[in-house]
Write a protein that binds this ligand. Structure first.
Ligand code: PBG
Length: 310
């Protein structure tokens, strides 16, 4: 009877798999802080994408991890057509065609030697408007490399409008924008720092949101809608279900939520210690995120959960 009357059901197509591609490695590199997740080689990434298709996952979100020597202050590797993320986008598109939505993280932090999501001004502060120019170029390069959807995650003001214009300018109205609308400055990004070999010292409080606030999320939402977002996202997911519910109520676009690295690793760590039932905990968190209003969920468990749902 519970099954019959359940209000919330997970489906493989709800799920999007975030994946890391690392430049210059011959074998996948395990991420210690995220047991079960690796930095992929080009080959292992193609395999992971094929597996995701097979399981019925609807998308893959790619993050590039360049070699240390390829990081600089401008994040040049992020706009180099031969940069690792662009190489991976082409690889994955060649592998999956249109059977899986190929998405790209559109942000400079993986490519800058200072680790910030934007370029810096003379005082070492993130320069919002100079960063927008870099994002415009990045969007075009990612579209050329095969991204169906770009995911701007840097939280610069005006980023959605600039990216929409840049894509339209090169005739790529078909590339959609998944806007990181409400992205909070969170401790739960911790394990991601290892995943992308981040160079960041300090924090992102000048451009990510304050966990204490919800009103600015609705303001960010209005701006993203006006600037041309096709889908909007709340991130992290678990500690921000109230934000997710408000955003989902306020908008008629698809709403996504990102169950981030720390949310993943907490469950894996507690399960490893035998303190929690792993699979139940995973399904409970995903069900909660969907119940709160997410149409789609980015989760490192996407393929595994989709396989179990089948
Ligand atoms: C920025 C970005 C981050 C994540 C996704 N995109 C890191 C940050 O904002 O500090 C975090 C994802 C996760 O923790 O799983 N490019």
């Amino acid at each position: 009877m519970r099954r019959m009357v359940a209000e919330t059901r997970l489906h493989p197509a709800d799920l999007i798999l975030p994946a890391f591609i690392r430049e210059g490695v011959g074998e996948p590199v395990p991420i210690a802080a995220m047991p079960g997740v690796v930095q992929h080689t080009r080959d292992s990434l193609k395999k992971a994408a094929a597996e995701a298709v097979e399981a019925g996952v609807s998308g893959i979100m790619l993050f590039g991890v360049p070699e240390d020597g390829n990081k600089d202050a401008q994040g040049t590797a992020g706009t180099d057509p031969e940069g690792i993320l662009q190489v991976a986008l082409r690889d994955v598109r060649a592998e999956v065609g249109d059977d899986l939505l190929v998405m790209s993280d559109l942000c400079l932090d993986e490519f800058t030697d200072h680790g910030h999501c934007g370029v810096l001004d003379a005082e070492g502060r993130v320069d919002n408007d100079a960063t927008l120019e870099r994002y415009a170029e990045m969007a075009q390069v990612q579209a050329d490399a095969g991204a169906h959807i770009v995911g701007p995650s840097g939280m610069m003001d005006g980023q959605i409008g600039v990216i929409r214009d840049a894509l339209d300018q090169i005739g790529r109205e078909d590339v959609a924008i998944l806007a990181y609308t409400a992205k909070y400055s969170s401790a739960f990004y911790g394990p991601f720092r290892e995943a992308v070999a981040s160079s960041l010292r300090g924090d992102r409080k000048t451009y990510q949101q304050d966990p204490a606030n919800w009103r600015e999320s609705l303001r960010e939402l209005e701006l993203d809608l006006a600037e041309g977002a096709d889908m909007v996202m709340v991130k992290p997911a678990g500690p921000y279900l109230d934000i997710l519910a408000r955003v989902a109520d306020a908008v008629d676009l698809p709403v996504a939520a990102y169950q981030i690295s720390g949310e993943y690793s907490m469950i894996e760590a507690a399960a490893e210690k035998g303190w929690i039932e792993r699979d139940r905990a995973i399904f409970e968190t995903l069900t909660g995120i969907k119940r709160a209003g997410a149409r789609n969920i980015l989760t490192y468990w996407a393929t595994e959960v989709a396989q179990k749902l089948r």
